[in-house]
Design a protein around this ligand. Structure first.
Ligand code: URA
Length: 193
């Protein structure tokens, strides 16, 4: 555990000093990620939004409140998971991440996954799905077709399960989607047993 803490602190420092893309110029705080370094499940979102940028913490705005509720309904505690994003700095006006930004930033996410070695990765939204499915050579499909399905991949540290989920923000502007997310989070929770 001590080694994991030291390794994550090193990544945090690197992220604070990062100038690999332009986003450091407009962000207030980078959002490294948070949670336990021994988490069985790692959630990967898209990028910090307005409140995340202000606080330097992932999923603390409206989508974060929804994520907290979905975790609770699935019987998971925020303190037992790890939450990170594809991008560590907020894109101005919450625009979509650019390809070059994803390329520049994801070595940090890769390093975080290597430290945590989660047995389960839950992708939140399309950018996370795209990155993780490509990384693990899983054939991509529309989220409407594959949400809540469990994909199993073999990696050097061992078997991993990948569960693509809709982004929790979807349920904040389309309340009908909440039920879908609740069901999918329950599938995810079963993977963590
Ligand atoms: N949306 C994300 O994808 N990540 C956050 O941290 C907050 C909102």
């Amino acid at each position: 555990m001590r080694t994991k803490i030291i390794e994550m602190e090193t990544i945090e420092e690197q992220i604070r000093e990062c100038r690999r893309c332009e986003l450091w110029k407009t962000r207030t705080n980078p959002v490294v990620g948070e949670g336990t370094l021994t988490a069985k499940v790692m959630f990967i979102g898209e990028a910090p939004g307005y409140y995340e940028d202000l606080k330097g913490r992932p999923f603390v705005g409206k989508a974060g409140k929804m994520l907290d509720e979905l975790l609770r309904l699935a019987g998971l505690e925020r303190s037992e998971v790890y939450i990170a994003n594809v991008l560590k700095c907020r894109p101005p006006g919450n625009r979509n991440p650019k390809v070059a930004e994803i390329k520049a930033c994801t070595p940090f996410l890769d390093a975080q996954m290597e430290i945590i070695e989660p047995a389960v990765i839950a992708t939140l939204g399309n950018f996370s799905l795209g990155y993780i499915f490509d990384k693990f050579y899983i054939k991509k499909d529309k989220i409407g077709k594959i949400h809540g399905k469990v994909f199993t991949v073999s990696t050097v540290p061992g078997i991993k399960k990948i569960v693509p989920l809709y982004h929790p923000a979807v349920a904040t502007y389309n309340p009908g989607m909440k039920e879908v997310l609740v069901d999918d989070f329950k599938v995810l929770a079963k993977c963590c047993l």
